[in-house]
Design a protein. Structure first.
Ligand code: HSE
Length: 317
């Protein structure tokens, strides 16, 4: 088998989780893919205490110019410089795996086209739903069916906050801090709590499911910062829970879409989706309703989705 040399960009929650998985599972990866998969570089901005210090590099050029590197794993987050790095990696004939929803929502179509032209892969399963294989699901499981609707919970941080407020009466600020410590929240949790992270994910799903691109900024979006304990208690009295719901639906008038806190009856399947779990219903004309469920945030769930893509690419190399 060949040698697969990866470079991991960024050493935050996802980057570190991915490096840990590659090192812990090296033998298993070898038997699965027939290839020896290793991390050659980790791109960082400053030094960390780490077992992998000898792999640290500080400028992307080192990675770009090393023809040994066949897969770049982008885990920096944000649009820039992630976009420039990914585009130049693809253009140089390297495959790219990313967990960066903001990036994919903004530049996904363009980067997929560059990958196609260069005959390499651009994969982003980890960008939506963490460990939940929703991207593969939407792309592959509905080939013979038309998708009509998407409905679900797509952010671990806010679902964790709402769950803890509802179940234990804990206050918003305390719980947000815990969500950050657990590695669910973005570096700047504003994107989570204002619903922007969900809008990015919904934009990606709509592009794949409906073949229609709606920029995240054009999705009517309300986050959870206005959800008070009073509102949660009032919902409880009605046997309901408040969940941050992303929805997109084909109608006679076109596609309707939104992200907003929504009161769900306790017997709704999504009302039982707790903490960092995500769950999405996808409705297709031939298949009816499918539900995707699993951990939507955190180092290992997200790292494992990244690795799923890496393994798929390794098998093709
Ligand atoms: N901040 C995101 C979340 C991470 O809480 O869902 C996973 O995309």
């Amino acid at each position: 088998g060949a040698m697969i040399r990866t470079a991991v960009l960024g050493y935050g929650v996802v980057g570190k989780g991915t490096v840990d998985i590659i090192n812990a599972k090296r033998e298993q990866l070898k038997s699965k893919t027939g290839q020896d998969i290793d991390v050659k570089y980790i791109l960082v901005r400053h030094d960390y205490d780490s077992d992998y210090e000898e792999k640290f590099v500080y400028d992307f050029e080192t990675i770009l110019n090393d023809s040994d590197v066949n897969i770049v794993i982008e885990a920096i987050g944000g649009k820039h410089p992630a976009y420039e790095y990914i585009k130049s990696a693809l253009s140089a004939g390297k495959s790219v795996v990313t967990s960066n929803k903001e990036l994919v929502a903004a530049y996904g179509a363009e980067l997929m086209a560059v990958a196609k032209e260069k005959n390499v892969n651009f994969m982003f399963e980890a960008a939506v739903g963490g460990a939940v294989p929703i991207i593969h699901g939407v792309r592959n499981c509905f080939e013979a069916s038309e998708i009509n609707g998407i409905y679900g919970i797509l952010n671990g941080t806010t679902n964790y906050i709402l769950t803890q407020m509802t179940e234990y009466g804990l206050n918003y600020d305390t719980v947000l801090k815990v969500a950050q410590e657990k590695g669910f929240a973005e570096a700047d949790p504003t994107a989570d709590v204002e619903g922007i992270d969900v809008a990015n994910k919904l934009s990606i799903l709509m592009a794949l499911a409906f073949d229609k691109y709606v920029p995240p900024t054009e999705i009517p979006t309300i986050g959870i910062t206005g959800v008070t304990m009073e509102a949660i208690e009032a919902a409880k009295k009605d046997n309901c829970k408040i969940k941050l719901i992303a929805k997109a639906k084909k109608t006679d008038k076109g596609i309707e879409y939104s992200v907003q806190p929504t009161k769900l009856s306790n017997d709704h399947p999504l009302a039982t989706v707790s903490n960092e779990f995500n769950a999405v219903f996808v409705t297709g004309n031939a298949v009816g309703e499918l539900m995707f469920y699993g951990k939507g945030a955190g180092a290992l769930p997200t790292g494992s989705a990244v690795m799923g893509d890496v393994i798929e690419i390794a098998k093709r190399i």
